[in-house]
Design a protein. Structure first.
Length: 87
């Protein structure tokens, strides 16, 4: 399964709403259930990836770490989308 989210909003939602939706998704699904997370640019090219969510001792710590990582992505960075994969 895969899910693709915008981090900076679009004509249907603001940046704040978009990031809130990503955080809500992480809370519902749980970050430790993802096989890999891709960070993509406007052309959907992969800029970076992360696949080490199981190194955290509890699901809550893993969710918090991922949310803090996403908060650290600025609007001016090349990262515009985040894709979650679960195999």
């Amino acid at each position: 399964m895969q899910w693709l989210f915008s981090l900076n909003g679009d004509f249907t939602q603001t940046k704040k709403q978009a990031r809130k939706r990503v955080n809500g998704f992480i809370d519902i699904i749980g970050s430790q259930s993802f096989t890999i997370i891709y960070f993509r640019d406007n052309d959907l090219k992969i800029i970076d990836s992360y696949n080490n969510m199981v190194c955290y001792s509890t699901p809550e710590k893993a969710n918090k770490a991922l949310k803090e990582l996403i908060v650290g992505i600025s609007e001016t960075s090349n990262i515009k989308y985040i894709e979650f994969l679960r195999k």
